[in-house]
Design a protein around this ligand. Sequence first.
Ligand code: ASP
Length: 439
Amino acid sequence: MGIHMQVIIALLLGIKRNGHIFIGLLLGIIVGCFLPKVDYPTVYNVLSFVGTAFINTIQMVVLPLVVSAIIIGISNIGDSKQLTKLGSKMIFYYAIITVLAVIIAIAVAMIMQPGLSAKGLITHDVAASVQGYVTSALEYQKDNMVQIFLDLIPKNPFEALSTGKMIPIIIFTTVFAVALSKAGDISRPLVSIFESIFAATMKITDWIMYLAAPGVFALTACAVSTCGVGVFNNISKYIIAVILALAIQFFAVYPLIMKIFSKVPVGKLYSAITEAIMVAFGTASSSATLPLTITCCEKRGISNRVCSFVLPLGATLNMDGTAIMQVVAVLFMCQMYGIEVSLLLIAEIAFLAIVASSTSAGIPGAGMITIALILNGVGLTPEQLVLGFSLLFAVERFVDMFRTICNVTSDCVVAAMIADNENELNYELLCNEVQKGNA
Ligand code: ASP
């Protein structure tokens, strides 16, 4: 049986196990199509209330979970040789996945040329409605690259914690955790406290997952009813190009990488993480999905040591799905405005997409803000940007749901491969059908 068939069957099995979430998702799409926001604002408000309550509830545990997971993960690794080994392996795998994502996105966008069919669609009315959004994107773009990197180092870690800036938080926590692991026995009581915090947040995650079906239903319905069905006709080629590139990444690249670098059974892993994949689709947020991503991976045999180190870092830094969207979107705009796409420009877009996606937070719409970093290098005027954004923004949430699936799946793929390489993957748990009900 072909690898993509194995993946599809695994996903179907996973969906069967988590049928309630899948039904929520389907119902959300149907309700969203039939009750558009413009005609049924009250229904939309109720759905938006339920969806936002669900996201807020998950986000409530993200911060304590990320901080405690990284501290436990790094202190469990112990000596610095091990830490360097795991860290470099993680960076190596994340880098391969993102580079391949960018190459696929370029190939798909250059072959399909989605921007050509969008020429002439741009109206000034639509453009005016996203002016504010573009202004903030351009504001971001004004900061040069050096400043963007400098901003990642938190001057005040407590301020970063209180404002929920994930990358600075992760940088501080990682440094702090390494220091704790070097401090010897004296750090043990503090690490124990974080172990308790981690256990408690995982318990809360279990409880929150009872709300997953209504939450995913409400979020999906809101997203579909906001976009409206009509908008899809306008730039359907862009949407198809992004989803096609994401599908190649999901069905071909991840399985191939797993085959080359590990003996992880692809179908079993996909089946184990289907619940996280569906929640990623519904929430469009890797950070919000993180508690569930960790639960799925740990319950199905990936060691706590690997999960708590690789997954929180991945949920913030590894954004291959976002990189795919950014490359296709930028090439879409170039084609729409007839900008000549030279090899040099493609290389520049590829490099900037890797940087921009890695600096995107794991929240809905983050990739649409950091895309400004890439557009800076392309030479579009602010007016052209407003017009281009107005089209992309109309389908942004919809596209975001798909790319977040890749962002979350690749984190799990890397965690599984590292666990396999380190002999920390319990194959019995991963392959045992009986355990699936618990995942
Ligand atoms: N929503 C994506 C995520 O959370 C980030 C983005 O591409 O906007 O992974």
